[in-house]
Structures are given as structure tokens and as C-alpha cells.
Design a protein around this ligand. Structure first.
Ligand code: ZN
Length: 341
């Protein structure tokens, strides 16, 4: 038990860990731990502006989304061969097993790699091999969300969609991430229409740093089935009403929001208000080592700062299963498990 953690907290965390949960907002490139970053940099003789893991940790002190993204892209530069992508994915899926995440829908940014001369196939082959290993070894369920970088133009997103064609059956969804401000959803209307026509399930980041209008844009123009983040919906009552009425999932990332200064501290995080207002919110870790923790760390922080209780944690777990793209019979199995006392 970590120093300072009381028994009540430990019992709460064990109970939450045992709940079957889905994680729906996780960037695989954002799971790169400082130790793996240093190991892969040495393996490939990539020079980094850091000499030690401690220096990497110190660099993770961000002031906003952009200052995080600068380090995130630098870190991704050590991912080079198929084994690197395998190792990255397998490390995250092992974490899922330890935290009771029975299913994860995982975002990846092909453009971060293809722009560095890494082939789409190298990335995919590593990821898919790790996902198959985890499925075989302990029944881990996972799916991929191919995310377009919104600071690049739509033509580039179309190229990425084209490159994904040989892997169509292995990619469930398309998403939109990276710098939000100044890059509204409407910029990607064409590529989303094409992706939807090919059967991809559309999701998009909206309303993290961007205004509520970006959430409306993601819903109305991109026709997304889920909103990633979406916390700024609270500034628009009509939007909240719409999201509640249609039970559109919001994949909220509390520790990420605090680290990127969307809210000054966890005490100000509106997650429980959102739950009370009937919004279909889920808890997710976004880019865990960069933002101070994995899914269970998020639950711990919510418990300590906002007194999240076990009933609320259960509702969040139910929302996560319901909001996933799992088939209805698989959802039913997990929900039955969640409804038993
Ligand atoms: Zn994200």
C-alpha cells in the first residue's frame, strides 16, 4: 500500500479495479513511459534533450495542450521498427489486465509515424500482433481508432484513409486529435463522410480547449457517435440538453484536464456534476504517463478530491461498456456482471 493511503481508499480502489470497465479514450503513442523512451532512444541511437528518466519526468510539466504536444511528438520519434510498436501496445494492454479494463478502444496517429518515413504497415503489424497476443494470453479485448491530426490539412487525412485500406478490417473507427483551437471539425467534413461510407465508426475530440460550437460541429457535420472530452459542453445549456437526450457518450479524462490546465485542480473538475445532470460520461486516461496516471489513478484522484463513491464508479463503468462499440450481446454479459451486487 502506498504511503499515506488509508484503508478506505485501498478498499475503494480494489472494488473499482474489480469492476469490468472499458477505456475509450487512450492514445497509444501517449502511453510511452520514460523508461521505454530512454530504452528505444538508445536502441536506435536517437538523441534526446534528456539524459535520464528523471529529466523526462521533469519535462512533463505542461502549461497547455500545445506544450504537451511538442514533447509528445518528440517522444514518438523513438518508435521505429515493428517490435517497438508491439512493445508499446503490449505494455498498455498488460496494464489493462491489471486494472480491470476488459475492453479498450485505442487511438493511434498514423501520420505521426508516416511523416517520419515509418510505413503504415510497420505500425499496424506491431499493434495487431500485440493485440492478438493479449487476446490469446488472457482474453484481452481491444479495437483501434485511427486518428487524423487536425493541425494538418484534410488532404493528408484522405491520404491516411487511403493507406489504411489494406487494414480496413482491423480498424474500427476514425477519430480527430491534436491541436484543437483553430482547427474546427468542419475542416474534416469530407474525409469523415468518406470514412463513414466505408463503415468506420466516427468519433472526434471536441470541447476540450475548443468552444461548445466545436461539439455541435462534430455532431452535426462529422456525425460522430462519441465526443472525446466534451467538458466545455457545460457552457451551452441547449447542448447539454441535446447530449443528455441522445445519451451521446463523452469520454472525459480528468487527470489530463487538470494537467493541461482545462481546470486548475481536480477539486474544480465537473465530472460528478456531469454525471448528476444525466450526461453519459466515462472516465479515461488519455496519455497516462504524460498526465500523471492510468485509469485507476484517475479513479483514485476522483475519490480523494471529489469523494467519488462506489455507486458513482459503477455508473461510470456501466457507461463505459454501453458507450463502447462492442456488440450488444458482449455488452450484455459485462452489464450483467456489473449489476450483480
Ligand atoms: Zn485525447
Amino acid at each position: 500500500m502506498p504511503l499515506g493511503m488509508n484503508l478506505v481508499t485501498e478498499e475503494f480502489l480494489s472494488a473499482v479495479r474489480a469492476l469490468p470497465k472499458a477505456e475509450l479514450h487512450l492514445h497509444i503513442e501517449g502511453t510511452l513511459e520514460p523508461a521505454m523512451l530512454m530504452r528505444l532512444a538508445a536502441k536506435h541511437s536517437v538523441s534526446l534533450p534528456y539524459q535520464s528518466e528523471a529529466e523526462v519526468h521533469a519535462a512533463y510539466d505542461f502549461s497547455d495542450l500545445q506544450s504537451f504536444l511538442d514533447i509528445y511528438y518528440l517522444g514518438a520519434g523513438v518508435l521505429i521498427d515493428e517490435q517497438d510498436f508491439y512493445d508499446l501496445m503490449f505494455a498498455y494492454l498488460s496494464r489493462c489486465r491489471d486494472e480491470g479494463i476488459v475492453h479498450s478502444e485505442i487511438m493511434f496517429d498514423p501520420q505521426t509515424h508516416t511523416d517520419r518515413g515509418i510505413s503504415f504497415g510497420t505500425v499496424m503489424d506491431g499493434f495487431l500482433r500485440a493485440m492478438a497476443s493479449a487476446q490469446r494470453e488472457w482474453g484481452q479485448s481491444s479495437a483501434l481508432i485511427m486518428s487524423f491530426l487536425r493541425h494538418l490539412d484534410e488532404d493528408r487525412a484522405f491520404q491516411t484513409l487511403k493507406q489504411a485500406e489494406p487494414y480496413r478490417d482491423h480498424i474500427q473507427s476514425v477519430g480527430l486529435d491534436s491541436s484543437e483551437l483553430g482547427h474546427p471539425p468542419e475542416k474534416f467534413a469530407g474525409v469523415y463522410a468518406e470514412a463513414r461510407s466505408q463503415g468506420y465508426r466516427p468519433v472526434a475530440h471536441a470541447g476540450e480547449e475548443g468552444p461548445p460550437e466545436y461539439i455541435w460541429g462534430a455532431l452535426n457535420t462529422l456525425e460522430v457517435e462519441r465526443i472525446d472530452h466534451g467538458v466545455r459542453c457545460l457552457e451551452d445549456d441547449a447542448l447539454v440538453q441535446h447530449l443528455v437526450e441522445h445519451q451521446i457518450p463523452l469520454t472525459v479524462c480528468p487527470l489530463s484536464n487538470v494537467r493541461l490546465c482545462v481546470f486548475p485542480e481536480m477539486l474544480q473538475h465537473p465530472l460528478l456534476d456531469m454525471l448528476d445532470r444525466g450526461l453519459n460520461v466515462t472516465v479515461n486516461s488519455d496519455d497516462p504517463p504524460y498526465f500523471g496516471g492510468y485509469l485507476m489513478d484517475n479513479f483514485e484522484s476522483l475519490h480523494e478530491n471529489l469523494s467519488l463513491d462506489l455507486d458513482q464508479a459503477k455508473r461510470l463503468a456501466v457507461n463505459s461498456i454501453n458507450s463502447s462499440f462492442l456488440s450488444s450481446d458482449i455488452k450484455e454479459g459485462w452489464l450483467t456482471q456489473l449489476s450483480s451486487p
